[in-house]
Ligand binder design. Sequence first.
Ligand code: UD1
Ligand code: UDP
Length: 381
Amino acid sequence: MPIVMPIYGTRPEAIKVAPIVKALQADDRFDCVVTVTGQHREMLDQVNELFGIVPDHDLNIIQPRQTLNGVFARTLAGLDAVLEEVGPDAVLVQGDTTTSTAAAVAAFNRQIPVVHAEAGLRSFDIMSPFPEEANRKITSQIAALHLPPTSVSRDNLLREAVAEEDVYVTGNTVIDALLEAVRAQVPFEDERLAALESSGRRIVLITTHRRENQGDAMRGVGRALARLAARFPDVSFVLPAHRNPVVREAILPHLEGLENVLVTEPLAYGEFTHLLSAATVVLTDSGGVQEEAPSLGKPVLVMRENTERPEAVSAGTVRLIGTDEELVVSEVSRLLEDPQAYTAMSTAVNPYGDGRAAERTVSGIAQLLGVGERLPAFDGA
Ligand code: UD1
Ligand code: UDP
């Protein structure tokens, strides 16, 4: 039986790979051997626990304030032994993290075919997001099977001369995970969130962590949030804080003691998606949240200068605003004060998937390994 090895290391990869792992485990054509690098720890374990995934191999590479090269080097070194021991027939990597690209390189060097989920996203600016734009381009050079979520990302790959037969549009598995989590209707463990939901107050949900926003830009976002909290005392601002100490040091000092600002630890995925469903406005620099919020009809203001996810921008539910303090204040204010502007951005759209991306992914792997046929490609929902 062919061995397929999904390799992942961070929270967003775990969320997006979980539906693929579940589908592989349920399929008796494959032996699925899960390997995690542990680039993230608590935030990774939270997702694996939720989806009931127990990794077969865990490199546990995380270090406080780790560097990109440190993560890359420890991943490459740790994986080599695992690949030798297990001898997988294919390795699956997801997206554009350092774990993902280092794992692709490790497999390629051992001539193991690489399946790249969420392939073909491009911002066309090598420095933004940094280092993710470079990471995903490197993986595209060495992958055997490319699984873009949408026709936009497929076309990016075809323009880079990737062979058409190696490209298969699946939709993004984040929508599979989201639909399952929303269906489960996970209650809030944090009593403050439960109380907030029953109060009926409007909620602005904020997440931030991007490397290129760390430092001055993130401090400006912290100041903008403090100003917004003062201007809208009837609105609650909720920030599930990333574990990265660099992020916390930049943003949290501005929010101390503000009554209508609630800072939490990273929320388990079920609680986070519950909060997303309850939110009025989403302010974020996250990739995954940009994909999830539109399908729940939530307006998203993206604190970045560009995006590799233009589909929801075209649909009108996502707006790029950058990190300028004044712009963050004015754009959030506009959505809270102007019902017309709000309505224009709050139509639910599903450009990223229909909940069947994991099934398609597995059918793509089956074809690659000669044990089945591909399902019809995702062509928009
Ligand atoms: C990484 C990914 C980024 C992804 C983000 C998701 C790369 C280059 N970047 O961000 O693409 O969007 O994860 O969140 O791969 N930490 C903990 N516990 C955790 C997680 C992080 O303590 O569970 C702390 C550690 O001190 C760690 C720091 O956060 O050193 C930064 O983690 P890291 O994975 O290096 O973050 P980014 O590279 O910014
Ligand atoms: N998320 C979560 N708990 C939180 C914040 C985010 O489960 O407290 C989820 C969110 O729903 C999305 C993913 O984490 O699926 C996004 O992760 P992150 O923003 O860290 O990384 P990115 O998507 O930018 O790579």
